[in-house]
Structure formats: structure tokens, C-alpha cells
Design a binder for this molecule. Structure first.
Ligand SMILES: *[C@@H]1O[C@H](CO)[C@@H](O)[C@H](O)[C@H]1NC(C)=O
Ligand SMILES: *[C@@H]1O[C@H](CO)[C@@H](O)[C@H](O)[C@H]1NC(C)=O
Length: 157
């Protein structure tokens, strides 16, 4: 998946695409699902953080539950939810070598692999151009390209 909002740093900056770029996109998606928020429209007034930066902050504050969408949170699944966030953070690591491959991701999510490596700071933690009005006027438009076919998704009119 090559969508703005899901692009790995090496793809966004150098056009290099690999399985690990998909792992990165998957990690963003996982964090979006757990938090119930979209990366591209995520906004935190207090800190200029992206969804990834906010997830990383709460992870370090030992406060992962604050990230979780109250609609999906069930205290009986706390450990599983924390595991999802941990896996998500591992997927969005800045360097390709620090990201697991997809088969490892699956084993981590279904707890075949119990001890997860410690996540380091992910890529894209700070919002760039937070006060850039041009970027906010474009936020309803996402450019996606799948297998070199470019599709422009417009939300709303
Ligand atoms: C997430 O959204 C921010 C804007 O809020 C953008 O700068 C960034 O490229 C997006 N993608 C990732 C993977 O963080
Ligand atoms: C995925 O990574 C694991 C651990 O590094 C490795 O053992 C495995 O061979 C890799 N699998 C694939 C399909 O690359």
C-alpha cells in the first residue's frame, strides 16, 4: 500500500519500496484502529505530535490505555491491546532493519512470539508544517497508488 499518510520514510523520501514498507503501513493502520483516529487528521493541541508521536509518548508514559478508542476498550483485553500497540510501534520504526517482517508481525500478534523487542522512537513523530494552512486545505484529499495505478480519493464534496 502506497498512500500518503501511510508511507514509510524510505519510500516517501527515496522512493525505495519493500516488504518492510508494507509493514510500516500496516503499523500505522494498526495504531489507527486501536486509537480510532486517522493519522492524517490526527491533531493534538498540546503537543505538535502525529498519531505515531502521540502513541510513542503514551507508551513511554506507561499510559497506553489513553490511546485506545473507548469504543473498543475492554479491560479484560488490556494485555492484548497493549500488545497491539507494541507491535504497531515496532512496525513504524524509522529504520527498515528495526521493523519485523510480516510473518513475525503475525506471530507477535497471535502471541506465538511472547517477548516483544523494545520499540525505539518511531518515524514521523512530530507534525511538520503544523501551522501550514495549505496542508490543512488538502486534508480531505488522499493520494493512493496501488501497483503503480494512482487513485485519488476524495472524501466529502
Ligand atoms: C501522518 O500524518 C502527518 C500529518 O499529520 C504526516 O506528516 C505524515 O507523513 C503522516 N504519515 C505518517 C506515517 O506519519
Ligand atoms: C522474518 O524474520 C525472522 C526473524 O528475523 C526470520 O527468521 C524469518 O526467516 C523472516 N521471514 C521471512 C519470510 O523473511
Amino acid at each position: 500500500m502506497k498512500c500518503s499518510g501511510y508511507m514509510s520514510p524510505e519510500y516517501a523520501m527515496e522512493g525505495r519500496f519493500s516488504e518492510k514498507s508494507d509493514v510500516f503501513s500496516f503499523g500505522v493502520l494498526l495504531l489507527e484502529i486501536v486509537s480510532g483516529r486517522k493519522n492524517t487528521s490526527f491533531y493534538h493541541e498540546e503537543f505538535e505530535l502525529t498519531l505515531l508521536g502521540y502513541a510513542w509518548k503514551l507508551w513511554n508514559d506507561n499510559n497506553v490505555i489513553d490511546l485506545v478508542d473507548p469504543l473498543i476498550y475492554e479491560s479484560g483485553f488490556k494485555m492484548e491491546i497493549i500488545r497491539c500497540v507494541n507491535v504497531g510501534l515496532l512496525c513504524v520504526q524509522e529504520f527498515v532493519k528495526d521493523r519485523p517482517n510480516m510473518s513475525t508481525v503475525v506471530s507477535m500478534l497471535n502471541s506465538e512470539i511472547k517477548d516483544l523487542p523494545a520499540a525505539k522512537q518511531p518515524a514521523f513523530t512530530v507534525r511538520r508544517g503544523a501551522y501550514d494552512s495549505e496542508s490543512s486545505s488538502n486534508q480531505n484529499q488522499q493520494i493512493c497508488s496501488i501497483n503503480d495505478v494512482t487513485v485519488t480519493l476524495m472524501e466529502g464534496r
